[in-house]
Design a protein around this ligand. Structure first.
Ligand SMILES: Nc1ncnc2c1ncn2[C@@H]1O[C@H](COP(=O)(O)OP(=O)(O)OP(=O)(O)O)[C@@H](O)[C@H]1O
Ligand SMILES: [Mg+2]
Length: 573
């Protein structure tokens, strides 16, 4: 938590000025009842018109200056809290960018999004309120009590009874409600989760006719939220009536005792009105203070969640080794085993193979056999649990990440495009690429034709996630983006799964022409996509067999089975 305070550094002055101006405003407010008392006792009692006008003008002046102080305080508080959250957001965003795949897996995307949005808003509100009220409210409560005693110490004894009674009610209800608010937040998270799932998966839900079930689940969660919200609402709603009853009893006592003392000539009428006004001020400030504490509690919980993200240690990137151009093998796996964090079993076991520059390596295996896991170890998205992965003769954990990732171009299994234009997406592969280079990459990826048919060609817009393209089009665009990078290693993870055989074959041919010294890893479920590779790795439940198409057909039952099951299909294609 303390870690977050450093982001207040740039706003130190505003953090001092905001409460200071709020205090000035409070001091002026404390004088108002005294002016009113003077107005009644001196002005009205003596029918002194001039005095009345003077006092009225003084009240207006107090109000105007108080307003100016208040606006100034709000300005500084808003500026400090917005700047603080802005700095914090930048820091968290940058930190998440350094998370390893393992950390992203364990954190989960949706909670990271909540922490970057809802939690940040809550911290911003909390800080804003704290700067404005944390000093002001107790100051007004104590100040009003002190002023009441200066007006008339005997009558002010009522305050000494009422304030503790009010405090017990206000803070009692507040402490009772805080855990309930947490429950409300939890129930709200659940409703939001169902809503998000329903919206993102709307088509699948309809395709499986699951609308009724989804509506039922949403209703259940929403009802649970309503119940807990109503319960919390009922309890917190007690605050106003109970405090009003106490204050009104106090006021009745005050007026009664005041009347007796006025009658006896010990107190003026104006003083009674002033005491009454102080009582009201105290009530308002105590309720504000209670709400402030609720806000602070919420913000502190949210700040804790944000702080947890910042405190997660990131991948250390202190490698100093180089990728050697002379190394015989561009990629080498030495007895590599890998298990995901928290998973009991190994997803890859004891894998060894080498790949030279310019070679093509095919990787095949049934779904869940570990193909994606294997290729993810090359750019060190995950780190081997046992054994060593070498790129250019150096252990990937010893190579600076920037250098390693520059040497590897990946087309992930899930085709991801970013909102913008096709050109903008292509420039991710190579900043500053010319139109000619972009077109060449698009042609090799068999994407040029459909891109040219789009309005604007390579400047055609891409919607969020590339949803204005078909699955196969998206795949080809991600392949083009990787080709344009022209790295030492190219990884295509099932990148032709949505393509027909002819387009797949044309793309493979174009990539072979483009390949040069690049080592290409092709992950596929189809033997036709990899049968011409220099080396084929067959994965079966995390274990690998390596060979050529002919060798594997002869010696590897899994490969033979996959090939034969697809043979007829390919023949007829
Ligand atoms: N992020 C993850 N966390 C935990 N386990 C995982 C994770 N990703 C994959 N696995 C597990 O590792 C094993 C291998 O998964 P992998 O994604 O490498 O398979 P694959 O061969 O690429 O399958 P597919 O052909 O369906 O893409 C599976 O049993 C899977 O459940
Ligand atoms: Mg996969």
């Amino acid at each position: 938590m303390k870690k977050l305070l450093v982001y207040l550094k740039g706003s130190r002055l505003q953090c001092v000025l905001a409460p200071l101006f709020k205090m000035f405003e409070a001091i002026l407010e404390l004088f108002v009842p005294l002016v009113v008392a003077g107005l009644i006792d001196t002005g009205i009692a003596a029918s002194d018109k001039n005095y009345i006008i003077k006092m009225c003008l003084l009240l207006v002046l107090l109000g105007a200056v108080g307003l100016a102080f208040s606006v100034t305080a709000q300005y500084f508080a808003a500026k400090a809290s917005v700047s603080f959250v802005k700095r914090l957001k930048h820091a968290v965003f940058e930190h998440i960018g350094k998370f390893s795949y393992t950390q992203l897996d364990s954190a989960g995307t949706s909670t990271l999004i909540t922490r970057m949005t809802g939690d940040m808003d809550s911290v911003q509100n909390g800080l804003n309120l704290t700067l404005r009220l944390l000093l002001r409210s107790p100051f007004v409560v104590i100040g009003a009590m002190v002023m009441a005693f200066t007006v008339d110490s005997k009558a002010a004894i009522t305050f000494a009874v009422i304030i503790p009674a009010l405090s017990v009610v206000v803070f009692g209800i507040m402490f009772f409600c805080i855990p309930l608010y947490k429950k409300v937040r939890f129930a709200l998270d659940k409703v939001l989760c169902t809503a998000r799932e329903s919206l993102t998966g709307a088509r699948v839900i309809r395709a499986f006719c699951k609308e009724d079930e989804q509506v039922k689940e949403f209703k259940e969660r929403n009802d649970a939220l309503t119940v807990i919200q109503e319960y919390t609402g009922r309890i917190s709603a007690l605050m106003n009536p109970i405090t009003c009853v106490i204050v009104n009893i106090g006021i009745a006592v005050l007026i009664y005792a005041g009347a007796i003392r006025v009658d006896a000539g010990l107190l003026t009428q104006g003083a009674v009105v002033a005491l009454y006004n102080y009582m009201s001020q105290i009530l308002v400030e105590l309720v504000k203070f209670a709400n402030l504490i609720i806000s602070i509690t919420k913000s502190v919980a949210c700040a804790g969640r944000i702080s947890a993200v910042l405190e997660t240690p990131v991948e250390n990137d202190d490698g100093t080794e180089k990728i050697s151009a002379e190394s015989e093998n561009i990629v080498e796996f030495r007895n590599v085993s890998f298990a995901y964090d928290g998973a009991g079993d190994y997803s890859l076991e004891n894998i060894s193979f080498t790949a030279r520059k310019g070679e093509t390596v095919g990787i095949i295996g049934s779904t869940g056999s570990g193909k994606t896991t294997l290729v993810n170890l090359i750019p060190a998205f995950y780190r081997a649990t046992k054994g060593q992965v070498l790129v250019g003769g150096s252990d990937v954990t010893e190579i600076p990440l920037e250098e390693l990732r520059a040497a590897v171009s990946v087309v992930p299994q899930k085709a991801v495009l970013f909102k913008g234009t096709i050109r903008k997406n292509m420039l991710w592969g190579k900043p500053g690429a010319t139109d000619e280079e972009i077109m060449k990459a698009l042609e090799a990826a068999q994407a040029a034709e459909f891109v040219m048919q789009k309005d604007g060609g390579i400047d055609a817009s891409v919607e969020q996630g590339g949803r204005n393209f078909s699955g196969g089009q998206r795949q080809r665009l991600t392949v083009a983006r990787a080709l344009i990078k022209k790295a030492d290693i190219l990884i295509l993870d099932d990148s032709s799964s949505a393509l027909d055989y002819a387009t797949d074959a044309a793309m493979r041919k174009a990539i072979a022409e483009w390949q040069g010294d690049t080592a290409v890893f092709i992950v596929s479920q189809r033997t036709s996509s990899i049968m011409h590779a220099d080396k084929i790795i067959v994965l079966d439940d995390g274990c690998a067999s390596v060979g050529t198409h002919e060798e594997l057909l002869k010696n590897n039952a899994v490969y033979r089975e996959i090939h034969l099951s697809q043979f007829d299909e390919e023949e007829s294609a």
